[in-house]
Design a protein around this ligand. Structure first.
Ligand code: SD4
Length: 330
């Protein structure tokens, strides 16, 4: 059958439009599938990460945001007086004052942070309020307390009898030698990927036990104790904050993942940089502990630490909230 030119053109247009429709349908299907393939994951530092992950999973398993998940997660140890390193019941500084550091970061690069905050049980929520309700990213000391009170947070005594007794004991010698994995066992850092493929992180601590009053560690410093880049991954840190700040630790881990390293390789490289820096300054390595944890955009996770003894908790559809010993350099 002979096809006229007009009929041919009509047919071609029809075929093209059918192709276009099916192509865009196919694209949508791929997008749908790739969305469905995103498996949420949350990971956090130390053994109290198990309870914290469970609280975060309540959000992640119901399509909640990574931001809500990490805030809810780290509030668990913050509010627990028996956790002697975070929030209520945290070990005080050498003047007997419990001063808290915290920061939070979302997938859009929104950040909020408080440092040297006293008398508030949940500094992470104050950090989130700094992020969402002020034009600033960091508020410290008395200013942070004033801001918290203006937002309806309640003033409470955070120094529990146990922490006070330990501090009084410490005063007898007043020697500042934080015990590796015990008195520096301080921080909950949590990072999460939600079902929409967005990353967020939170980090909160009472900092090094018996520190000088006013000392701020890495935990409330974006780039040091926590960093999130929604194109690449997220990382958080625990251990000697001074050393982590020196190499902009968590930003370094994320940048190493951007260059193609796996989360564990990136954490390991960052620990190695800390070692080089410490050796250059003749700082004895046996007095230091550093641990990094990281997840990448694909939901792969990894960790690394300087000395044995650091563990972290992971919760995902495949890993049912397990505590894992981090590989260590020493
Ligand atoms: C700090 N990085 O204040 C915190 C302490 C810590 O596990 O993480 N300890 O330096």
């Amino acid at each position: 059958m002979k096809t006229s030119r007009r009929a041919f053109l009509k047919l071609s247009a029809l075929t093209a439009s059918v192709f276009t429709v099916s192509k865009s349908k196919a694209t949508n299907m791929v997008l749908e599938n790739s969305k469905k393939n995103i498996k949420p994951i949350v990971m956090s530092t130390w053994r109290f990460g198990i309870q914290a992950n469970a609280a975060a999973w309540e959000f992640l398993s119901k399509n909640g945001t990574a931001l809500d998940a990490v805030e809810a997660g780290v509030k668990i140890p913050e509010g627990d007086p028996n956790e002697r390193s975070v929030g209520l019941g945290g070990r005080p500084d050498r003047d007997g004052r419990v001063t808290l550091d915290a920061c939070i970061m979302d997938h859009l690069g929104n950040i909020g942070s408080v440092a040297c905050l006293e008398n508030i049980v949940h500094p992470i929520s104050v950090a989130r309020a700094v992020m969402e309700k002020t034009p600033h990213v960091m508020i410290v000391g008395g200013g942070a307390l004033d801001f918290a009170l203006s937002q309806g947070f309640k003033k409470e005594n955070l120094l529990t009898p146990e922490s006070e007794a330990e501090w009084k004991e410490w005063l007898k010698k007043s020697e500042y030698k934080p015990k590796v994995n015990i008195e520096n066992h301080d921080t909950i850092g949590m990072i999460a990927l939600d079902a929409n493929g967005n990353l967020s992180g939170a980090c909160t601590t009472s900092g090094m036990a018996f520190k000088m009053h006013g000392r701020v560690g890495d935990s409330p410093i974006i780039g040091a104790g926590l960093f999130v880049d929604n194109e690449v991954g997220a990382a958080t840190a625990t251990g000697h904050g001074e050393e982590v700040i020196r190499i902009a630790g968590c930003h370094t881990v994320v940048e190493l993942m951007r260059q193609g390293l796996s989360p564990q390789e990136a954490c390991k490289k960052a620990v190695e940089r800390i070692i080089v820096s410490a050796k250059n300054r003749n700082k004895p390595l046996n007095e230091l502990q550093i641990g990094f944890i990281a997840i990448n955009k694909k939901g792969e996770h990894g960790a690394y630490c300087l000395q044995k003894g650091f563990n972290y908790a992971v919760y995902s559809p495949e890993i049912n909230n397990q505590l894992i010993d981090a590989a260590s350099l020493m």
